[in-house]
Design a protein around this ligand. Structure first.
Ligand SMILES: C[S@@+](CC[C@H](N)C(=O)[O-])C[C@H]1O[C@@H](n2cnc3c(N)ncnc32)[C@H](O)[C@@H]1O
Length: 227
């Protein structure tokens, strides 16, 4: 893994063609993005929302359609990603935090909803466990933490099979193989996915009791945890 300062630079570069690359490189990407709204309980009406690793804003773009009056905080280490969000969300009540997760001051009992789309696998294991605790503390009672990610550790015996299937998907969209080579380089340098069972233990340690997987296809998972 490269050091964390490089993540911001990597995503400044990635921001240029971000959504179309994600759709063609991440199986079920749009389905999981839409899950952030489709699987919220009907009676759940968040007023205060935090998007961790917001990227170019694809998760928030779904949520604002349903909750246009809510207050949002969008956090990302990449300045270029934050700039894309600033352009897109001018009509909404949004604060921006161009910072790393570790450097953000999480307010206690503050948010109704905290979301993280495909961003937590960039943390190392200790950072993610600490982050789950901060997220739990920062949610109001009854608040929801939801995130999507690839949930398999690189040392899981099933991991080579996952790479084979994932590579077939990417190569079917980019037949010259160059994009898959780029994905694997990024994956080696910046990604630290973790088995779902391990994350479940960390979530429970942080205090979450009601944890559901509204979307799951293999190791591509969208998860909801209630405080
Ligand atoms: C794969 S993108 C996901 C963007 C968006 N949430 C989505 O679902 O498409 C991951 C984002 O997380 C940000 N990120 C990764 N690690 C981070 C960290 N430790 N602190 C803050 N942002 C981080 C990156 O800059 C990038 O914009």
């Amino acid at each position: 893994m490269k050091n964390r300062e490089d993540i911001a630079l990597e995503f400044n570069e990635f921001s240029k063609n971000y959504t179309s690359d994600m759709i063609r490189c991440v199986p079920h990407y749009m389905e999981m993005v839409e899950s952030f709204v489709n699987f919220l309980p009907e009676e759940f009406k968040p007023n205060s929302i935090l998007d961790l690793g917001c990227g170019n804003g694809n998760i928030t773009a779904q949520i604002v359609l349903s909750f246009p009056k809510a207050t949002y905080t969008l956090l990302d280490a990449s300045k270029d990603m934050i700039d894309l969000c600033r352009k897109q969300f001018q009509a909404f009540d949004i604060k921006y935090a161009n910072t790393y997760f570790n450097d953000f001051q999480f307010q206690k009992d503050h948010y109704d909803l905290i979301v993280a789309g495909f961003s937590l696998h960039h943390c190392d294991n200790d950072e993610r466990q600490e982050l789950f605790k901060k997220i739990y503390s920062s949610l109001k009672d009854g608040g929801i933490f939801s995130y999507s990610d690839l949930m398999i550790s690189k040392n899981n015996p099933e991991h080579p099979g996952l790479l084979q299937e994932w590579g077939n998907f990417v190569n079917s969209n980019f037949p010259d193989g160059e994009k898959w080579a780029w994905v694997m380089e990024h994956y080696k340098n910046y990604d630290n996915p973790t088995d779902f069972t391990v994350q479940l233990k960390w979530l429970k340690n942080a205090g979450f009791t009601k944890i559901e997987l509204p979307f799951k296809d293999g190791y591509w998972i969208y998860l909801q945890a209630v405080k």
